[in-house]
Write a new protein. Structure first.
Length: 452
């Protein structure tokens, strides 16, 4: 728990530092009055063509090789050879860059070292001054940053500059560009990471926070595979720690499908549950609510199986069982969770594998035998044996693991109608001991709890 609190404090400290740096940059830009400089360079002389676009390319691609900036500028507007050639005719491209305030470094890169803050000021002024070209500007950004585009490796920096522009801009381009970047069904891990990073930063900006929450919910509900994967990544990071309840709602929608995004969502759920007692209690209560309110939705069962998987190295099952031994409500969560999960056809195979993981954990003495099997007995007694439990109890041609066979033997020797009697077999695996009270009944006269 202390580690989780420390993590949240680090998150807040990092956020405060970032806000401070941004405020200093804003004050610096206002003091330096780059707006006046840009108006003299670009508007008083009536410049609209190559100079303006060259400056815009350098502003978005600051620190990129100058040749890359020139190629990106050539992609603006019509993309025929004549249009591209015009950026290399007349004055040299490097001369054009210098004339509008861009530095050319010794290793031939675009920079603004002599005019700090000019790049962002140029982007903002261009968007506001040439309003009739906003659509074309956005399409140009989407084109050069598309997979295989000339500026695709610089998508993160371009996205960050769009984010800053969109904090106050009319017809803000930030979210439309993110939509374009994730429009396909591609499973581009790097692009997913970039978009998730940008969403997280946008959520921390007061001007964009509301739209960010809304967009993440929209993608979680109706987005394509890539967009849902982005939302899962966002919810598994700082966003999920900062707004846990909001993130859990989005994770529920992602868990509706069985895909890569769902796996990330399940891992995010586990990570939050493992962050401390508060996180675990919230996740258990949330998953229980999902199964109660949405009995036909697979999100609850998928979430439950993530929590109940004894074979996952990141499993929190041990913590849940520890709580269940002390709290009948948590034990009921396990029993009801299994019962609801076994009725959900979409997770049948996964449920069977999770039952196998329980039997293996018991066999390896990682789970307490009496308690684990006691939960499964209650599940068996309340459940119609037509699915994963049936397969687990009565055999599967491809599963002869000794742990599973042992579990079947233990469960089969407890009669459904008389749970208060002991097994008559001398080698019965589930016997009355001085352990926990699985049914919540009172302890016997010697102070020991009974196994029902």
């Amino acid at each position: 728990m202390a580690e989780a609190v420390s993590l949240r404090q680090d998150d807040r400290s990092s956020e405060s530092r970032e806000r401070g740096i941004e405020e200093l940059a804003r004050i610096r830009d206002e003091v330096l009055l780059w707006t006046d400089f840009l108006e003299r360079k670009l508007t008083e002389g009536g410049t609209r063509g190559q100079d303006r676009v060259m400056l815009l390319a350098a502003a978005y691609l600051e620190k990129a090789p100058l040749e890359l900036c020139i190629k990106a500028a050539g992609e603006f507007g019509p993309r025929d050879e004549v249009s591209k050639r015009r950026f290399r005719e007349g004055r040299s491209p490097r001369r054009r860059m210098r004339d509008v305030g861009v530095d050319v470094t010794a290793d031939d890169r675009a920079a603004f070292d002599s005019r700090p803050g000019l790049a962002m000021s140029a982007i903002q002024m261009d968007w506001h001054h040439w309003a009739d070209e906003r659509v074309e500007t956005r399409k140009w950004i989407e084109r050069i940053t598309s997979p295989g585009g000339v500026a695709a490796p610089w998508a993160k920096q371009i996205g960050e500059r769009l984010l800053e522009l969109s904090r106050k801009a009319v017809d803000a381009p930030f979210f439309p560009v993110l939509d374009a970047w994730t429009a396909g069904a591609s499973d581009d891990a790097k692009r997913i990471s970039i978009v998730a990073h940008l969403f997280t930063r946008a959520a921390l900006r007061d001007e964009l926070a509301r739209e960010t929450h809304k967009k993440l919910l929209e993608w979680a509900k109706r987005g394509n595979t890539m967009q849902r994967h982005v939302v899962a990544e966002v919810c598994s990071g700082l966003y999920g720690r900062r707004w846990p309840s909001t993130a859990l709602v989005r994770l529920r929608h992602i868990l509706a499908n069985d895909d890569a995004a769902s796996e990330v969502a399940a891992d995010a759920l586990l990570a939050y549950a493992a962050s401390g007692s508060v996180g675990l209690a919230r996740v258990v209560d949330t998953v229980e609510t999902w199964m109660d309110r949405y009995p036909n939705h697979p999100a609850g069962p998928r979430a439950f199986l993530a929590l109940a998987d004894a074979g996952n190295p990141a499993s929190v099952l041990g913590k849940i069982i520890q709580l269940a031994q002390e709290s009948p409500a948590v034990r009921d969560f396990l029993v009801c969770g299994w019962s609801a999960t076994l009725e959900q056809q979409d997770v049948r195979d996964r449920a069977y594998q999770s039952l196998v993981s329980w039997s293996k954990a018991v066999h390896a003495e990682d789970l307490e035998r009496e308690f684990a099997f006691g939960v499964l007995i209650d599940v068996r007694n309340s459940h119609e044996p037509v699915d994963a439990m049936s397969r687990f109890l009565y055999g599967s041609p491809d599963q002869e693991d000794p742990a599973v066979v042992s579990a079947r033997f233990a469960l089969a020797n407890l009669r459904k109608s008389d749970r208060d009697s002991q097994c008559s077999e001398s080698n019965c695996l589930v016997r009355r001991t001085g352990g926990v009270n699985l049914s919540g009944s009172a302890a016997d006269s010697n102070g020991k709890e009974k196994l029902s």
